[in-house]
Ligand binder design. Structure first.
Ligand code: ARG
Length: 568
C-alpha cells in the first residue's frame, strides 16, 4: 500500500456513504502533504454545509489516529477542503524501509500476476526502422517495465509488419533487379528500400506492373517455393538489423511473431465475422464491419479482389492473444496517425466478442521534429532512420565526455558514451508529453544541466560518489530535522504512488518529471547543507537520505529503461 492508499482508506472510514472522492498531493506545501475533497462531495450529496462536514470528518480522523500514526495535523480550508500533514516521525521511519527495500522500492503487487500484453516497436520488414518505431520501442519498453514492477505478468510482442501486398512489390522487384537469389543473402535494408522505391516508380510508368506485383503476392500466399524463400530472406535480414538496434537500446520482447504468423487465420477470420453477422458483404464483393452505432465509418476486412488487410491481421492477432493469455489489458503503442484506425479495430474486436473495449488501450504519440520544428530529415531531405539517430546521439555523447574527462580510458569512455547517449535519447522521448510531437534539440537533450537524461545520470553519480567515500553506518533518522530534509523525505515516499499513477494513465512524463524534481532537490540539498563535514549523528542520517534518494533515482531511471553509471 502506498501512503496515499493508506490515507485514502483512513478517510473512507469516516463515512458510511459511498462516494467518489480524491486524495491529491498539492503543489504548494502549505496546503498539506495530501488533501481531499471528500467533504465537498458529501456536502453536495447530502445538501449540507461542506465546512461542517469537514469538521466532522476531521473529528473522526483524529479519533482514529492513535499514537505512532501517520498524520500530524489536519486543517480545513474554504470551501471545504481537508488538508493533511504527515508526521516527521512517520517519514523518518519510512527512510529505513526505503533502504531495506533497495531495488524493490516502488514495486507493488497490485497486478496479481494478471496478463498485460504490450504491442510495441513493430517496424516494417524490408524498410529501415524509422523514428516513429523508435518512439514506440522506447515508450513500449517503459510501459512494460512499469507494469512488471507493479506485479503484472507482462507479455511484450513485437508485431512486425511482415505480411501484405507490399511484399508483392518487393518480390517482383527482387526478381527484376536481383535475379540471383543466392545474392539476396547479402541484401541490406537500404537496398531493400531502394528496390521498393524503384519498382513503385516503374509501376507509375507502366501500370501493368501492378498486376505483376499482385500475382507475386498471390503466389506468396499460395506457398510458392521461390517466393516464400525470397520473403524469408528479406524478413531475416531485416530482423537482423532490427536486433542490432534492440541490442544497443537493451530492448526485450517475449515474442516477435509479426503479422505473417496469423496468415493462415485470415480467411477464417473473415468467415467468422460473416457467420457472427458482425460483417456484411458489399455489392462489389468487399466485406466490412459496419460501425454506425459508434459514429465510425465501416471497418474493411476484405477487399473486393479477395485480399485481406492490416486490420484483418490485427483481428486475427487479437483473437489468438485473448485465447492464449486472457489479458487484463492489451496496450498498443502506435503513433497518433493510426488513432482512427484503432478506434475502428477496437470496436470491431468488441463486436466480435473477443474482448471488451475498455481493456484495449491505444497509447499514441506524436512525430519527431528537429530544432526548427520540422520533420526530422537528413541533409538530402530523406527521413532519418532510427539507426542514424542512435549513432549520432552516441557520437555526440562521446565528444562531450572526452571534453569533460579527457583522461578516461577509451573502453570506459565508449561504454559511458553508450549509456549517456542512449539515456539522453530515451529521456528526451519519455519526459515530453507523448501525445504531442517531440523535438530533437541535440544540445538540450545532451546537456548536463536542465531536464535531460545526462543531468539525472550525473546527479546519480554525485550521490553515489558521496556514499562511496564513506561507510554507511547505523543511523538515527531523527537527526533529519531541516525543512529541506523533510521535504526530500516527503518526495521519496511518493515514489510508489508516482509509479502506479504513471502506469495507470500511461503518462510516462509524470515519472520523468518527478525524477527531475527530485534531482533538483538533491542538488540544492547538498549545496546548502554539509554532509561529510556535519556532526557524526547528522552526517550518518544525511548519508542515509542520500542513499535513499539514489535508490529512487536509479529505480526510476531503470523503469524508463535508462541505465545509471557509478562514475562519469
Ligand atoms: N507495422 C505497423 C506500422 O508500422 C505498426 C503495427 C502496430 N501494431 C499493431 N498491432 N497494429 O504502421
Amino acid at each position: 500500500m502506498t501512503v496515499k492508499d493508506e490515507i485514502k482508506s483512513l478517510i473512507s472510514k469516516t463515512t458510511r456513504e459511498k462516494v467518489e472522492f480524491i486524495v491529491e498531493t498539492p503543489e504548494i506545501r502549505n496546503y498539506g502533504d495530501y488533501a481531499t475533497n471528500i467533504a465537498l462531495v458529501l456536502a453536495k450529496k447530502l445538501k449540507k454545509d461542506p465546512i461542517q462536514i469537514a469538521e466532522e470528518i476531521k473529528f473522526k480522523l483524529i479519533s482514529f489516529l492513535k499514537k505512532g500514526d501517520i498524520i500530524e495535523k489536519i486543517e480545513i480550508v474554504k470551501p471545504g477542503f481537508i488538508n493533511l500533514f504527515l508526521k516527521p516521525d512517520f517519514l523518518q521511519k519510512e527512510l529505513k524501509s526505503i533502504l531495506k527495500q533497495d531495488n524493490k522500492f516502488g514495486s507493488q503487487d497490485i497486478g496479481g500476476n494478471k496478463n498485460v500484453i504490450i504491442d510495441y516497436s513493430s517496424p516494417n520488414v524490408a524498410k529501415p526502422m524509422h523514428v516513429g518505431h523508435l518512439r514506440s520501442t522506447i515508450i513500449g519498453q517503459a510501459i512494460y517495465n512499469l507494469y512488471k514492477f507493479l506485479g503484472y505478468k507482462t507479455i511484450g510482442d513485437n508485431h512486425l509488419g511482415d505480411w501484405g501486398t507490399q511484399f508483392g512489390i518487393m518480390i517482383a522487384g527482387c526478381k527484376k533487379y536481383k535475379p540471383n537469389i543466392s545474392n539476396l543473402e547479402k541484401i541490406t535494408t537500404d537496398e531493400m528500400l531502394n528496390i521498393y522505391v524503384k519498382f513503385n516508380r516503374e509501376i507509375g510508368e507502366n501500370p501493368d506492373l501492378q498486376e505483376v506485383a499482385k500475382q507475386e503476392f498471390k503466389k506468396l500466399e499460395d506457398g510458392d517455393r521461390e517466393n516464400r524463400e525470397i520473403w524469408r530472406i528479406l524478413r531475416r535480414k531485416s530482423l537482423e538489423d532490427f536486433n542490432k538496434i534492440y541490442e544497443i537500446l537493451k530492448i526485450k520482447f517475449d515474442f516477435i511473431l509479426g503479422e505473417s504468423f496469423y496468415e493462415e487465420h485470415l480467411k477464417e477470420e473473415v468467415q467468422h465475422a460473416l457467420k457472427k453477422k458482425v460483417a456484411v458483404t458489399n455489392s462489389d464483393g468487399s466485406i466490412i464491419i459496419p460501425l454506425d452505432e459508434f459514429n465510425l465509418i465501416p471497418f474493411l476486412i476484405q477487399k473486393s479482389d479477395g485480399a485481406t488487410l492490416y486490420g484483418t491481421r490485427d483481428l486475427a492477432t487479437i483473437r489468438e492473444r485473448v485465447k492464449k493469455f486472457k489479458p487484463e489489458k492489451i496496450v498498443y503503442v502506435i503513433g497518433n496517425e493510426q488513432a482512427f484506425y484503432l478506434q475502428q479495430f477496437f470496436r470491431a474486436a468488441e463486436l466480435l466478442g473477443y474482448i471488451s473495449y475498455n481493456k484495449l488501450f491505444h497509447i499514441k504519440f506524436g512525430l519527431v521534429l528537429d530544432e526548427n520544428h520540422k520533420k526530422l530529415a537528413t541533409r538530402e531531405g530523406r527521413v532519418v532512420s532510427a539507426e542514424e539517430l542512435i549513432n549520432k546521439v552516441i557520437e555526440l555523447a562521446e565528444k562531450i565526455i572526452k571534453e569533460k574527462n579527457p583522461k578516461l580510458p577509451d573502453k570506459e569512455r565508449e561504454r559511458a558514451a553508450k549509456i549517456i547517449g542512449i539515456g539522453a535519447l530515451k529521456y528526451n522521448d519519455l519526459s515530453q508529453n507523448r501525445q504531442t510531437d517531440i523535438v530533437f534539440d541535440w544540445a538540450k537533450m545532451l546537456s548536463f544541466e536542465g531536464n535531460s537524461g545526462p543531468y539525472l545520470q550525473y546527479t546519480y553519480v554525485r550521490l553515489a560518489s558521496i556514499i562511496r567515500k564513506t561507510k554507511l553506518t547505523d543511523f538515527n533518522p531523527k537527526f533529519l530535522k531541516e525543512e529541506k530534509e523533510i521535504g526530500i523525505l516527503k518526495e521519496l515516499i511518493r515514489f510508489p504512488e508516482i509509479v502506479r499513477e504513471t502506469a495507470e494513465n500511461f503518462q510516462i512524463n509524470n515519472l520523468a518529471n518527478y525524477l527531475f524534481k527530485l534531482a533538483n532537490s538533491m542538488n540544492s540539498f547538498y549545496e546548502s547543507l554539509p554532509v561529510l563535514k556535519a556532526e557524526e549523528n547528522i552526517k550518518s542520517a544525511r548519508l542515509a537520505l542520500i542513499k535513499a534518494a539514489s535508490i529512487v533515482l536509479r529505480n526510476g531511471l531503470n523503469l524508463l529503461g535508462i541505465e545509471t553509471l557509478d562514475k562519469m
